[in-house]
Design a protein around this ligand. Structure first.
Ligand SMILES: Cc1ncc(COP(=O)(O)O)c(C=O)c1O
Ligand SMILES: N[C@@H](Cc1ccc(O)cc1)C(=O)O
Length: 457
């Protein structure tokens, strides 16, 4: 079954806005041509992000009523700890309010000024925390990942030669850890193979460098391993996930994605000393080590969400939804990142708008135009997201200039995706008329969230 039907019944519904083109013109101008700045009530189908936008199950909502809101020692924390140990296999867990809370603690504890943190492509918040603590990020993803049209089953893989080169160049003692994202968000939601994870771990062990995963979309990664790596065809998602995690010394987690909740995250590790230091610092930024910024009820929903996330039918349908939208767009000739990943379809803005150079922010304007055309909200993932080089102050100019159509978990149906495809295709037909933008307000940190633009004449 290529596109399995939804493996759930819909018990609660939430109407969304139906707007006119004239209204949307006003809204996008007020939002400075930045889809992050639109009000949710101005948006139709909302594909801005899959982060915190999940529909929770009846079982999770029931768990919300079982919240133990004690300041310390909540039973929901103990439950979450058991579940994380069972499915992820790490010894210690420190809850945080979301993924970047965990990134903050990890970077603060492990990085020293002048260090290098290699990773399989940058992620905005992850790199920002590394740089804030004095490290330079080094991209060690395979070269194919920077080419939107290159089909590769594991386009998120680490290039071991790039990693070895860095170790030779700067020395292992300047590399506090290697950060491996499973899957790679900005490459298009691309997975990492089990074999590659095993090899990265072996190489790092030889040099005594810890491996820390960004586990944000690890269940999607496990699905791709089952689908594409022969040895795992008959393995369960839970077993694959457990083995993946055995090749890491710890992880950061944005629970707002693969843990199927609206808020929350955690940091995991096997090293007791690191855990102890994390419990010291978490009280400064997040809260007690037994809640770290989450309410008891949120920890319960997360524990239950993790158990639901490893259900094969759930994850098969999730990935199939992305593929469905990607296939529709490909059939119509719309350029997208290939192959379609686990959480989104990414439009290739360079190929969509070949007449616009990167300094005219093609992906930014494409996201704004798609909203105007259809009421669908998407997100820029190109030069604006990439920010500026910390040393030179120049724009980073990523090879990938993309617009992300991100599918929230258990929220939309295939019929919604038909509407999205229709909007993109009708915009594609009038792509020649689209002009660029200029940035009129540029925040210093993570500028894409709040930057403002005006159309070029
Ligand atoms: C790959 C990846 N890592 C880290 C994060 C940070 O997580 P959060 O948004 O929960 O702070 C996100 C999303 O922001 C992400 O997609
Ligand atoms: N991690 C979330 C939220 C987010 C969005 C953009 C960012 O650059 C950072 C965080 C996402 O990928 O959608």
């Amino acid at each position: 079954m290529r596109y399995p039907s939804e493996p759930y019944k819909i018990k609660v519904v939430e109407p969304f806005a139906v707007t006119t083109r004239e209204q949307r013109q006003t809204f996008i101008e007020e939002a400075g041509y930045n889809t992050f700045l639109l009000k949710s009530e101005q948006v139709g189908i909302d594909l801005l992000t899959d982060s915190g936008t999940t529909a929770m199950s009846d079982n999770q909502w029931a768990g919300m009523m079982m919240g133990d809101e004690a300041y310390s020692g909540s039973r929901n924390f103990l439950h979450l700890q058991d579940i994380v140990r069972k499915y992820y296999g790490f010894k210690y867990i420190v809850p945080t309010h979301q993924g970047r809370g965990a990134e903050n603690i990890l970077s603060t504890l492990m990085i020293e000024d002048g260090d290098y943190v290699p990773g399989n492509m940058y992620f905005t918040t992850t790199r920002a925390h590394q740089e804030r603590n004095g490290a330079s990020f080094v991209d060690i993803i395979i070269e194919e990942a920077h080419n939107s049209q290159f089909d590769h089953p594991f386009k998120g893989n680490v290039d071991l030669a790039k990693l070895q080169d860095l170790i030779n160049r700067v020395g292992a003692d300047k590399i506090p850890y290697v950060c491996v994202a499973v899957t790679v968000n900005l490459a298009g939601g691309q997975p990492v193979s089990m074999q590659n994870l095993r090899e990265v771990k072996a190489l790092c062990s030889r040099h005594k460098i810890p491996v820390m995963f960004d586990a944000t979309r690890c269940v999607e990664n496990a699905f791709f391993i089952k689908e594409r790596e022969e040895a795992y065809r008959d393995a369960s998602i839970a077993d694959i996930l457990h083995e993946m995690m055995s090749y890491a010394d710890g992880c950061t987690m944005s629970g707002k994605k693969d843990c199927l909740v609206n808020i929350g995250g955690f940091l995991c590790m096997n090293d007791h000393d690191l855990y102890q230091r994390a419990t010291e610092i978490v009280v400064l930024f997040e809260g007690m080590p037994s809640y770290g910024g989450m309410a008891g009820r949120d920890m319960e929903a997360m524990a239950r969400g993790i158990e639901e996330s490893v259900d094969y039918h759930y994850i098969q349908h999730r990935v199939a939804q992305c593929r469905y939208l990607g296939d529709k767009l490909t059939e119509a000739g719309v350029p997208i990142v290939r192959p379609v990943g686990g959480h989104a379809v990414f439009l290739d803005a360079r190929a969509f708008l070949p007449h616009l150079e990167q300094e005219k922010f093609p992906a930014q304007v494409l996201a704004a135009e798609l909203y105007l055309e259809s009421g669908v909200r998407s997100m820029e993932r190109g030069i604006v997201s990439a920010g500026r080089n910390k040393q030179t102050g120049e724009h980073h100019k990523p090879k990938l200039e993309l617009v992300r159509l991100t599918i929230p978990r258990r929220v939309y149906t295939y019929a919604h995706l038909d509407d999205v495809a229709e909007g993109v295709i009708s915009l594609f037909k009038r792509r020649d008329q689209i002009k660029g933008l200029k940035m009129v307000y540029e925040p210093r940190l993570l500028r894409f969230f709040t930057a403002r633009f005006e159309p070029l004449k």
